[in-house]
Design a protein around this ligand. Structure first.
Ligand SMILES: [Zn+2]
Length: 185
């Protein structure tokens, strides 16, 4: 089932996400719905708050960009309650976008290497080391779980330059090719 994507301005995107409890009903169905929603919107990642759920769950499938970023080959994951064990001090700046902020693309500095622990939708525990773009996608999605979005990292000037776009997202007048939920609509 395709879920509506909550857009910038929605309070749920500013909430700290709660851990998913082990007895959460229909976790597999939620993960399947999130994948379907992400694919429908041509995204490579989607976090719980973006579908209106302040829960520590995210889905990623970055395999579509593996021609440009070989580290993303077969990088399809559902991550429940992810925790960073390590984040490299070395960072790199690259352009990002977000399904909750249609039409906005800005450079963000992220760690080039991370180690992350998480559970999958079958409650199997994983620890993984990721680098470059794969590490970037995980950092972007995990940021959503802390009540932040990627443009929180950009300068005040860059944010000012995006002000009219941000206002149109809030008002619900921004162009958006998928089912979305703006505050103003
Ligand atoms: Zn995002």
């Amino acid at each position: 089932m395709i879920l509506p994507i909550y857009l910038y301005g929605q309070p749920v995107l500013r909430q700290e996400a709660e851990p998913v409890p082990q007895d959460y009903p229909d976790l597999k169905q939620l993960v399947a719905n999130m994948f379907e929603t992400m694919y429908h919107a041509d995204g490579v990642g989607l976090a719980g708050p973006q579908v209106g759920l302040p829960l520590q769950v995210l889905v990623i499938d970055a395999s579509v960009i593996s021609d440009d970023y070989p580290e993303c080959k077969d990088f399809k994951r559902a991550m429940i309650n992810p925790v960073f064990l390590e984040k490299s001090e070395e960072t790199v700046s690259m352009e990002e976008g977000c399904l909750s902020l249609p039409g906005i693309h800005e450079k963000v500095a992220r760690s080039t290497r991370i180690r992350v622990k998480y559970w999958d939708e079958n409650w199997e525990e994983h620890t993984e080391e990721l680098h470059d773009y794969a590490a970037r996608v995980v950092q972007h999605e995990c940021e959503h779980l802390t009540g932040h979005v990627f443009i929180d990292n950009i300068s005040a000037i860059r944010r000012q330059l995006n002000k009219s776009k941000l206002n149109s997202i809030i008002k619900g007048t921004a162009r958006c090719a998928y089912r979305a939920k703006a505050v103003g609509k």
